[in-house]
Design a protein. Sequence first.
Length: 468
Amino acid sequence: MTIKQRVIFVAAECSPLVKVGGLADVVGSLPLALRKNGIEIEIILPYYKQIKKIKTAKLWRKNISLNTKIKPNKFSVYQTFLPNSNIKIHLIKHPQISSVGQIYFDKPNLNQQRFAVFSLAAATLINKLKTKPGVVHLHDWHSALIPTLFELEQISIPTILTIHNLSSQGVWSIKKVRKIIPNFPISNSRGSINFLAEGIKKANIITTVSPSYAKEILTPKYGFGLDKILKRRKNNLYGIINGIDYQYFNPVTDNKIFNNYSINNLNKKQTNTLLLKRELGLQENSAPLLGVVSRLFPQKGLDLLAETLPQIIKYDWQFVLLGTGQKNLENKFKKLAKSYPQKIKAIIDFDPALAQKIYAGSDIFIIPSRFEPCGLTQMIAMRYGAVPLARATGGLKDTIVPHPAKNSTGFLFHKPSSTALRLAIVKSLKVFNNKTNWRNLQKRAMQQDFSWNKPAQSYIKLYKQLIK
C-alpha cells in the first residue's frame, strides 16, 4: 500500500497509554501487526488529563478551528508514538476532552459530550491533513459519529466501524448534540441520537470481533435494540476474531511470572501454581487452581460463579479471582473468601502483574459470560496452558474446541445458569484427575495461534476492498 492508502484509527483507548478494557488492547496491538504487513497507520486519541505525563508528547498543531457553538471553538493536537514502534499517535486536546482524569464518567451525559467533541475534532483534523488516509477505522460508539460528519462536510474517505461491544451505544439528546455539531441531521423523531446506530447506518463496512458475535447481534436477544438496523447492513457486516500480543503474553519470556516455561517443560508451570498459592496464602497442595481475571459486571456471568462455588465445596479445588466492578459482586466474592478462606481468595483490584501470575498459575480458567463479543482472557489462558472453561457464546465459542472432541482445547457449557456451570466445573475436575489426558489438553490449548497475524490479514483485505 502507498502512503496515500494509509489507515487512521480513531478510538477512546489505546494500551499502554490509556486502558480500561479490551478495546485498548486491540487498538494498541492490531496496528503493530498491520505495520508488520506493510500498512502505514496512525492513531487518533483524546488527550486525557491522566496521560499528560507522557514526556514525549509534543505540540504538533495549535488552535485548529471547530465548526461548533461550544466555547472554546478551537483544539490543539499533540503527537507521540506507540511504544516500541514508529506508529504516530495524535492526541486531541480540548477542555471538554482533557479537563478531567477518568476515561468514562458515571454520568452518561458527560461521556456523550466528551466523545461528540472528540469526534468533531478528529473529523476536522483528518480533513486538514495534507495527505488524506485511504481508510478511517473507527472503534465503538466513541467515534461512530464520524461517518455522518464526513458526509456533512463532503469528505469522501471510506470508513470501517468496529463494534467491540454492542451494549455500549452512546445515546444523547438531539438538542445537546446540535450544540456541539450545529448541522447534525435528525434521523428519528424521538429527540435523541444513538451514536453507534449512526455509525452502523453510515460506515462503509461494519466489523465486529468474532464470527459468532456477528451472527448473534442480528437477533433481538443480543442486538440491544439495534438488530433491525444491523440486519439491513448484514451484507457489509464481518466478524473478525481479535488476537493477542504474543510478545507480551509469552510464558517463555514473561518476567512477571515466577518461573518461565514452555510447552516442552510444563512441569515448570506447576511451580508457578505452587508459588502463586503460597503468595495467596493457600495450602501448597495438588488441588487444581481455578482462576478468574475479569471485570465484575453482569455480562461476565460471575454472579453464576458466586452461586456455584458453595455448591461444589466438597470437591478438591482452590480458587482465585482478580478484578473490580459492581460493588454487589465485589462483596459476594469477599464474603465467599471470608467463608472459605482455605479454598477461595478474592483480590478486588486492578493488578496486571498479578493477572500474569494467575494465567501462569491456573489449571482451569473460568469465563462464564452471558455474552462475549470476543474475549481475550481465554486466549491468554490457553497461551499459558490454563485450560479455559467458558459459556458457548460469541468469541468464546469461536476459540475453544470443547472436550471431549479429539482436538479439544477446553470446556464449554451452554445455558447461562449456575447448574450448567456447576456440571461443567465438575466435569473439568474429573478430567484433571487423568494426568495424561490433562497434559494433552493443555498442550493442544498452547498450540493454538491467537496472534494478530490472521486478523490483520482479514482487515487488510477489507481496507483494499474499500480503497479500490
